[in-house]
Design a protein around this ligand. Structure first.
Ligand code: SF4
Ligand code: SF4
Length: 355
């Protein structure tokens, strides 16, 4: 089974939009060992995502988990995969070696040209220079990496420039989401700027596609793939089915968005998964009532309980910002899809259709 390990609640950065409390609570090596055992105890594959806070503050635990997982994989014959979500500031050559050796996918939280506006060190210093250096190191190493960019309203006018910058650094895959939560306010003016930036990005992606460049900008490219392949994006919500989150204290939750909400706790790595509760959870439907009659319902992430709880505090309430964002993305994805389809139908289908 797949587990996301919340190795620490601590972080060396203080991003202004971050809603996570920073506390010196770290996972123990005993909890890591029990987590690895749990990952190998169910299903045909085992996967671990190292998460936090900043997981690279606990490199020793990552090495320990990887050693154990390798042993368990050899003993059981169960294939193992791993990922990390990191702010990148502590990433070095040594860790990149380890990542490559273990085929670890690196999710690099990096806001491109917007980086220094919100992503600061604990003493308020900039981080963009470090991230540029680290990015070049990652690209040179050939490690599997995806850039995860958060767009704050204060600097959303730099999004298009940031997409170009990330592309020019050599990354092939970028995910982006607006900053959500109590620490940011999206005004109508900022949303207009975001729409204009997405128009520019749409034209840019068309230009890259026509040149044969395989750069993938998830918000638009995923919507095209999902539409063409009849995939409802809410199916990506793994709520308690395909993965569980392990808190630093070993308690299990359906996703990192639910951490420490006792009503959603699904057991503990010491006592195992509460399967009855887990089964009940998989049957819950989180489609918010305003979405039930919306034409975009099947193309929108409105039923993702994890996204909803993170954005509104409730699994079946959609945030107005998320609704607006979904609409703006779908509109641009449809324009891009139409233009690429008209250009070369066969190539379009080959590029975007998934089984
Ligand atoms: S790096 Fe991540 S966990 Fe750390 S402050 Fe920034 S958003 Fe929060
Ligand atoms: S676009 Fe808005 S109303 Fe429509 S399904 Fe998505 S979140 Fe719901």
């Amino acid at each position: 089974m797949n587990l996301t390990l919340y190795l620490t609640e601590n972080c060396n950065l203080r991003c202004s939009y971050c809603i996570r409390e920073k506390c010196p609570n770290d996972m123990t090596s005993d909890t890591v060992r029990k987590s690895v055992d749990l990952a190998f105890s169910k299903g045909d594959t085992a996967g671990i995502c190292f998460f936090g806070g900043e997981p690279l503050l606990k490199k020793d635990l990552i090495c320990y988990a990887l050693d154990l997982a390798k042993k368990r994989s050899e003993e059981t014959g169960i294939p193992f995969s791993c990922k990390i979500t990191t702010n990148g500031t502590l990433l070095d050559e040594e860790f990149l070696e380890l990542a490559k050796k273990n085929n670890m996918q690196i999710g690099l939280s990096f806001d491109g040209l917007m980086q220094d506006d919100c992503r600061k060190t604990a003493d308020g210093g900039p981080t963009s220079e470090t991230l540029e250096k680290v990015s070049k190191m990652i690209i040179a190493s050939g490690a599997d990496a995806v850039v995860m960019c958060v767009v704050p309203p204060c600097s959303c006018g730099k999004l298009f420039g940031s997409v170009k910058y990330i592309h020019d650094l050599g990354f092939k895959h970028m995910i982006c989401n607006p900053a959500y939560g109590s620490k940011v306010t999206w005004t109508d003016e900022a949303l207009e700027v975001l729409k204009e930036q997405f128009d520019l990005i749409t034209d840019y992606l068309k230009e890259l596609y026509l040149k044969g460049d395989k750069f993938r900008f998830a918000p638009l490219h995923n919507k095209i793939t999902e539409n063409l392949s009849g995939i409802n994006p809410s199916r990506y919500c793994h709520l308690g089915i395909r993965q569980l989150a392990v808190a630093y204290d070993g308690n299990l939750y359906p996703c990192t968005s639910f951490l420490y909400k006792s009503e959603w706790c699904l057991g503990n790595v010491s006592d195992g998964v509460d399967e009855k509760r887990r089964l009940e959870m998989t049957k819950l439907c989180f489609t918010p009532s305003p979405c039930k009659d919306c034409d975009l319902s099947k193309r929108c992430t409105n039923s993702c309980g994890c996204a909803n709880i993170m954005n509104t505090g409730s699994p079946d309430m959609i945030s107005p910002l998320q609704c607006e964002y979904e609409r703006l993305v779908i509109e641009r994805a449809d324009r891009l899809g139409d233009e690429l389809y008209k250009y070369d139908k066969d190539r379009f289908i080959k590029s975007f259709r998934r089984a």
